[in-house]
Design a binder for this molecule. Structure first.
Ligand SMILES: Nc1ncnc2c1ncn2[C@@H]1O[C@H](COP(=O)(O)OP(=O)(O)OP(=O)(O)O)[C@@H](O)[C@H]1O
Ligand SMILES: CC(=O)C(=O)O
Ligand SMILES: [K+]
Ligand SMILES: [Mg+2]
Length: 476
């Protein structure tokens, strides 16, 4: 077998442009690692069908892909608009109504009953990730009159942001809980929590999953409002992974702060060994064009150099004209950028090792030693048997040049390693040992006799102990 050409993981959103068997097969072949289902759109039936297709194609192609269910959360949305969109022009007067009507040039339905309570005269309202700007002129019980400050095409179901408004304390809505229920029943691997505000949002979902016997489902905290940035350390600690959701974040905060914030959040996530996804508008021009802009290509490369584990595509693959080309483009950028990473990675690691000492676990010490060994000996692969995936993630955070081959008895653990940079996972039968691993990778043609490998282990192997040793050996 051949391992992928790139170690950065690619999250692709499935939508009308890609929800067929044929397209999902092409996305997987192009390099999709995680399929994102956005529950802000589509019906349960449609999502159930997509999940079935993904599992079937994945089995057929023998390619692993994790499924991420992204929840709507607190996001307020525009309702349906006649003909799919309206053109709003500067100076136009519009009425935002909470009544369930079809929208047009003068009336725009808003899918949130308490919407008028959130705004007052003079407030700014952003539509469609901030592309369209309105100013509030009048507030009534069930409608808001506004004037268009900056116009554009407004499509059905686009998001509404009011950065000033105080959102309800609980970010996880009753609708989100229904979707989580659905996700558990349909064997989804990970859940993306939108508009997380504090650690309690994570704990609520974690508590629910535990009760349902599904605590191995990954909880990905989407960082997309200032509260989440303020409470980031606690959120990171409780979540299994994070997403830098730049779409909403770029409206909820001054957009010019995004680049540095992205670097800081990625760095912290790396240090904790939690996978991080950089999301939104990465190749957005490819929604309509075959070739991305230079700025977009550079954005993807820079996110990889920042240390992101995964890069994400939204409308590019959900509704775009060139979804396969977009995934292929990301794969190409990743391959070329990763080659440069080696020297960059080392200085970064040294810096951490000097600053972050004396409070770690044995597992952490072992994973640091792995990096030391990789710098010293010519090692072909890192082999990590792992029960929870933690050891593999703690090595992955250093972004080594070598692939991390992870071995676990849990399909869910293997799938969720699809969020981590440079990890390729294999699901094995309970009770496997070092000989089984070597036989497998030899059989697959990944190694030959005399190749040097490094293996992390929990010794003694027959006891359930955490990873506490490393072994470097030549394949017999
Ligand atoms: N399943 C889908 N059906 C129809 N349109 C979709 C679907 N998924 C995405 N889209 C379209 O692509 C756009 C971007 O995709 P994305 O998944 O980022 O949605 P979003 O509504 O901006 O996201 P979020 O809810 O995460 O803030 C959407 O605004 C929507 O117009
Ligand atoms: C992905 C997402 O939700 C955002 O960028 O806002
Ligand atoms: K969503
Ligand atoms: Mg968002």
């Amino acid at each position: 077998m051949r391992l992928p050409q790139h170690k950065t993981k690619i999250v692709a959103t499935i939508g009308p442009a890609t929800n067929s068997k044929k397209m999902i097969e092409k996305l997987m072949k192009a390099g999709m690692s995680v399929a994102r289902l956005n529950f802000s759109h589509g019906t349960f039936e449609e999502h159930a069908k997509v999940i079935e297709i993904i599992r079937e194609v994945s089995w057929k192609l023998d390619r692993r892909v994790a499924i991420l269910a992204d929840l709507p959360g607190l996001k307020i949305r525009v309702g349906e608009i006649k003909g799919g969109y309206v053109e709003l022009k500067r100076g136009d007067k519009v009425v935002l109504t909470t009544k369930d009507v079809e929208g047009d040039e003068t009336t725009i339905p808003v899918e949130y009953k308490d919407f008028p309570k959130l705004v007052s005269r003079g407030d700014t309202i952003y539509l469609s990730d901030g592309y369209i700007v309105l100013r509030v002129e009048n507030v009534r019980e069930d409608e808001v009159e506004a004037v268009v400050v900056s116009g554009g095409k407004l499509f059905s179901r686009k998001g509404i942001n009011i950065p000033k408004a105080h959102l309800p304390v609980e970010a996880v809505t009753p609708r989100d809980m229904e979707i989580i229920e659905f996700a558990v029943d349909h064997g989804v691997d990970a859940i993306g929590l939108s508009f997380v505000g504090s650690v309690y949002d994570i704990l609520k979902v974690k508590g629910f999953l535990e009760k349902r016997g599904a605590s191995d489902i990954f909880v990905v905290a989407k960082i997309e409002r200032p509260d989440a940035v303020r409470n980031f350390d606690e959120i990171l600690n409780a979540a299994d992974g994070i997403m830098i959701a730049r779409g909403d974040l770029g409206v909820e905060m001054p957009i010019e702060k995004l680049p540095i914030l992205q670097k800081k959040l990625i760095r912290k996530a790396n240090q904790e060994g939690k996978p991080v996804i950089t999301a939104t508008q990465m190749l957005v021009s490819m929604t309509t064009e075959k070739v991305p802009t230079r700025a977009e290509v550079t954005d993807v490369a820079n996110a990889i150099l920042d240390g992101t584990d995964a890069v994400m595509l939204s409308e590019e693959t959900a509704v775009g004209k060139f979804p396969i080309e977009a995934v292929e483009m990301m794969a190409k950028i990743a391959k070329v950028t990763e080659e440069y990473r080696e020297s960059f990675g080392l200085s970064r690691i040294r810096e951490w090792l000097e600053t972050d000492t004396h409070k770690g676990t044995i597992k952490e010490a072992i994973t640091r030693s792995v990096i030391d060994a990789l710098c010293t000996v010519d090692i072909k692969y890192i082999l990590t048997p792992t029960r929870t995936g933690r050891t593999a993630r703690l090595i992955s955070r250093f972004k080594p040049r070598q692939w991390i081959l992870a071995f676990s008895t849990s399909e869910r653990v293997c799938n969720n390693l699809m969020f981590s940079y440079g990890v390729y996972s294999f699901c094995l039968e309970e009770g496997f040992d070092e000989r089984d691993i070597v036989r497998l990778i030899k059989g697959l043609g990944l190694v030959e006799s005399d190749d040097m490998v490094l293996m992390t282990e929990g010794r003694p192997i027959e006891k359930t102990v955490g990873t506490n040793s490393i072994k470097i050996f030549q394949i017999a």
